[in-house]
Design a protein around this ligand. Structure first.
Ligand code: HEM
Length: 419
């Protein structure tokens, strides 16, 4: 389905031999082969605010250091989130409006309506349900034989959590990750050759399904799931009559909660196997779980970047950025900035200030679901430690082709029960 320029890892040039002027970190194959580390290390060292004049996603600035990223992310007046937060613009120009890609005041109004679904009081109510679901999934896994952790745990668990946040019919829950995949398969994130007709067909199905659900919720008393909240607010109830706006916000809420948490679940297992002394530490002291969860989210950086557009001429890191320029904040690089994060390439579950990572962004768009994601990972690891001595990774993972979502398609594992 997808066509790639580089294909195999061996075809990806060594970043230290490339002239800086030709540096283009938008190529999805770099991330699929997990080769971004040295590209960004060179940018941080030699051109922390770097201009790429020509690429398949057009011209763009890369912001790669921790403090510069925070400076951009917390200045929404100079760096706008409109019309999109991914590096590329889709070739078919199909960009449904969603509040992550809006500036105030509309952004603030719509965010406020959806927020109660993931507020702390709501989460404490959901904790028991999530623990029950985690337990059911873990108890159904084959022990002692190889299986794909991504399918059986990461996708299943995230799907169940999303279904809960939407109060979505449980038996139809697998439609959610499918629609999320359809929404994120786009040339805007470096995937060339997507069948747009196929994509539109399924996105239309998604809108039709949610329209029906929305009308049901609107007729019932207000509850605290995303759809009910949006359907009952004067600020958002019009969305049901505007399928494109409805789709945009559904895509935001489905994709936002899907790929990100899913890939942190897989990443955690992978990292503990890559750093076995950390797995030993965890077994010896499960109270490290909450800190480890933050470290997993830093080390994985499930969303590699967010993009902004300069609304005025400005300066950043000594570079002159002009009004209209595209500015990409590479969280995946800022999270490995050695000047701020000690021994940044090491996964360390007892790291001090582990929550001080960039993976959730900063400022007015800071991830709305950050507490849900953390809670889900915490509960999962509490329940894993209760049941298994080790989740052993038995082969290298297969990674997703994208310059936006950093994640896994396959992660083979074998479970070893507790003695
Ligand atoms: C925004 C990452 C989980 C919903 C964001 C942003 C990032 C992010 C980087 C944009 C921040 C910015 O522009 O400054 C993550 C990561 C997650 C995660 C790494 C898991 C580890 C979730 C979950 C949900 C969610 C579980 C809920 C379903 C949202 C929403 C926004 C958002 C609605 C838009 C907020 C706004 O524009 O005001 N997330 N996210 N995310 N996230 Fe998450």
């Amino acid at each position: 389905m997808a066509d790639t320029e580089y294909g195999a890892a061996s075809a990806i040039p060594d970043p230290w031999t490339l002239p800086l002027e030709t540096f283009d970190v938008s190529k999805a194959e770099i991330f699929q082969n997990d080769m971004q580390g040295e590209y960004f290390r060179r940018l941080r060292q030699e051109a922390p605010v770097h201009y790429c004049p020509e690429s398949s996603v057009g011209a763009y600035w890369s912001v790669t250091k921790y403090h510069d990223i925070i400076a951009v992310d917390s200045n929404h007046k100079t760096f706008s989130s409109e019309p999109s937060i991914v590096i590329g613009d889709p070739s078919d120009n199909f960009q449904p409006p969603m509040f992550i890609a809006m500036d105030p005041p509309l952004h603030d109004i719509q965010r406020k309506v959806a927020q109660p679904a993931v507020a702390p009081t709501q989460l404490s109510e959901l904790e028991d349900l999530i623990r029950q679901r985690v337990s059911t999934i873990l108890d159904s896994l084959p022990v002692g034989e190889e299986f794909n952790w991504v399918d059986k745990v990461s996708i299943e668990l995230t799907t169940q959590m999303l279904a809960t946040l939407f109060d979505f019919p449980f038996e139809d829950r697998h439609k959610l990750p499918f629609w999320s995949d359809v929404a994120t398969t786009s040339d805007a994130v470096g995937i060339v050759g997507t069948d747009m007709e196929w994509r539109m067909k399924h996105l239309n199905e998604c809108v039709a399904y949610f329209t029906q659900l929305w009308r049901q919720r609107a007729a019932e008393p207000r509850k605290f799931d995303f759809i009910s909240l949006l359907a009952h607010s004067d600020d958002t109830k019009h969305m049901v009559d505007n399928p494109i706006e409805l789709l945009g916000n559904l895509m935001l809420l489905i994709v936002g909660g899907n790929d990100t948490t899913r890939n942190s679940i897989s990443g955690g297992v992978y990292f503990l196997n890559k750093f076995p002394e950390e797995y030993d530490k965890l077994r010896a002291d499960p109270s490290l779980i909450p800190n480890m969860v933050s470290e997993i989210i830093r080390y994985q950086t499930p969303l590699a970047h967010m993009r902004r557009v300069a609304t005025e001429d400005t300066e950043l890191g000594g570079q002159k950025i002009r009004k209209g320029d595209k500015v990409v904040m590479w969280y995946v690089s800022g999270n490995r900035d050695e000047e701020v994060i000690d021994d940044a390439d090491t996964f360390r579950i007892d790291r001090a200030n582990a929550r001080r990572h960039l993976s959730f962004g900063f400022g007015i768009h800071r991830c709305m679901g950050n507490r849900v994601a953390e809670m889900q990972l915490r509960i999962l690891w509490e329940e894993i430690l209760r049941r298994f001595d080790r989740v052993e990774v038995t082969g290298e993972p297969t990674r997703v082709l994208s310059n936006f979502v950093l994640g896994y398609e396959k992660l083979p594992v074998i479970l070893h029960p507790k003695a």
